[in-house]
Ligand binder design. Structure first.
Ligand SMILES: Nc1nc2c([nH]c(=O)n2[C@H]2C[C@H](O)[C@@H](COP(=O)(O)OP(=O)(O)OP(=O)(O)O)O2)c(=O)[nH]1
Length: 151
């Protein structure tokens, strides 16, 4: 059996500031809509670091610096591809906040997050972004039942 497999690579970035605020995106895509962090697909041959800087710029107008890899999410798609989301965070950014057609982006106080309609399981993803002890969000599919594991 070959060791290669089909993989879809994406990224997502938590941008935070010194006043307890985080930058969120209200995703319009009906396929996983709601409040999440900006991010998107890694282009062919692109470095992961550059891909997250590029996606954040495209979706927020901000140029981030020193994105820190802080976790990973993965699940198997219905086409049997491994869908991987690389999690990054940074509090270094500059530029003028500008939304894209992917969804409105805005700052909110971290404590007010739960007042909004979050993307499915985004609350559990956040635990990975914010934890020093966890690094993986994994959808475990056993007997047709999908359960989240934080590892
Ligand atoms: N479609 C989808 N995206 C997810 C899921 N979970 C998850 O973290 N994401 C994240 C990974 C990426 O940050 C982003 C990918 O969204 P997308 O497929 O709409 O891609 P995009 O348009 O933002 O990307 P791009 O075409 O600009 O490169 O959403 C999920 O279950 N489905």
């Amino acid at each position: 059996m070959g060791r290669s497999e089909k993989v879809i690579l994406t990224n997502m970035c938590m941008i935070y500031d010194d006043n307890g605020r985080i930058l969120v995106q209200d995703r319009l895509n009906p396929n996983w809509s709601g409040i999440t962090f900006p991010g998107g697909h890694v282009d062919k041959g692109e470095s992961f670091s550059h891909s997250v800087i590029r996606e954040v710029y495209e979706e927020t107008g901000l140029t981030i610096k020193s994105p820190l890899l802080c976790g990973v999410k993965q699940f198997q798609t219905t086409e049997d591809e491994r869908y991987i989301v690389l999690f990054y965070k940074t509090n270094k950014f500059e530029g003028k906040l500008t939304s894209s057609e992917e969804g409105n982006v805005f700052w909110l106080k971290r404590e007010n997050l739960y007042k909004y309609k979050l993307a499915n399981d985004f609350d559990k993803m956040l635990e990975i972004f914010e934890s020093d002890d966890l690094s993986e969000f994994y959808y475990n599919k056993e007997s047709e039942l999908l359960t989240v594991q934080l590892l």
